[in-house]
Design a protein. Structure first.
Length: 303
């Protein structure tokens, strides 16, 4: 490939994406973000920011002397990212989201397609507040919408971790009103989301279901014939014994449907199940309750 066929050098593109994502979703960008992210010197990082502003997006960032960093301008428009919260959240979870670059760069790769399930988007303002509350271990005041209360109710949450469940982004948080931990969709936080001055009293180390690890032992469903069982084993990498999947107890209700299993490991249309749990009896009792809304906020708050 000729050098002139690249619109932007690959390493520069990654740095531009990082600075754009951080500026938009954290609200403050410094050269340290680029230095630490790519192991480069401050002078090069400063040059990257200036080149981005001069050649790609003039006026997108404004230097704030009080914050000692760049902030997004009121008319900020992403040029090397989509401006969606999942880009920051994937970055925060240490995933490398590079697929969007492929459609813009002709680098000779075979055609590919990334299938994404639709999910509601949280605004930058809401996402920044959630990230700040998690990072600074502070309470979060927000109005939260549910199917039971579409008009919403004002909650005081104590968030500790952002979670991607495959059905959208959530924040794991203590709910003062319910006196328990649960998962809350970012897209359902509405109105003015405020980070309180008060420090959180219920933190990650207090979330028992989050910290407790459990094993899900997965095997081909008993109703399959021998040939089908071999095929399912090949699909999931199952060998002579059931495949053991370790996960946080709080996340098991989300992981089981990803494996084509009902969240209790038993109910559902058995004819369509390729897998089953060999240790379904060992699941925590709250997961097997007839009405999980009464036993856990994990799914009740995200329905």
């Amino acid at each position: 490939m000729k050098k002139t066929e690249w619109p932007i050098r690959w390493d520069l593109l990654l740095r531009y994406r990082l600075l754009e994502i951080v500026a938009l979703w954290e609200g403050r960008l410094t050269t340290n973000h680029i230095c630490h992210g790519f192991g480069i010197g401050r002078q090069q990082a400063s040059k990257d920011i200036n080149t981005y502003l001069r050649e790609l997006a003039p006026g997108n960032l404004v230097y704030d002397r009080h914050l000692k960093g760049y902030i997004p301008a009121p008319d900020f428009q992403p040029v090397v990212t989509r401006g969606e919260p999942e880009e920051y959240l994937e970055l925060a979870c240490r995933h490398q989201s590079l697929s969007d670059c492929f459609e813009n760069l002709d680098i000779g790769l075979p055609d590919s397609c990334v299938v994404r399930a639709p999910c509601g988007q949280a605004s930058p303002e809401v996402t920044r507040a959630v990230i700040t509350a998690c990072r600074q271990k502070r309470k979060l005041e927000a109005r939260y919408l549910t199917l039971e209360n579409p008009d919403g109710e004002t909650l005081v949450l104590e968030p500790h971790t952002l979670v991607m469940t495959g059905q959208g982004w959530h924040v794991r948080a203590w709910n003062d009103r319910r006196q328990g931990f649960g998962d809350y969709r970012l897209s359902r936080l509405t109105g003015q989301v405020r980070v309180a001055r008060d420090k959180s009293r219920h933190r990650e180390e207090h979330d028992e279901r989050w910290n407790r690890m459990i094993s899900l032992k997965v095997q081909p469903a008993a109703g399959l014939d021998a040939a089908s069982r071999r095929l399912v084993c090949a699909d999931y990498g199952i060998e002579d014994t059931p495949l053991e999947v370790r996960c946080r107890e709080a996340m098991a209700p989300w992981l089981l449907p990803m494996l084509g299993l009902p969240s209790g490991g038993r109910e559902g249309d058995i004819d369509n199940c390729q897998l089953e749990l060999s240790n379904a009896d060992a699941l925590p009792a709250w997961m097997k309750a007839p009405d999980r809304r009464e036993t856990s906020a994990t799914q009740a708050d995200t329905v």
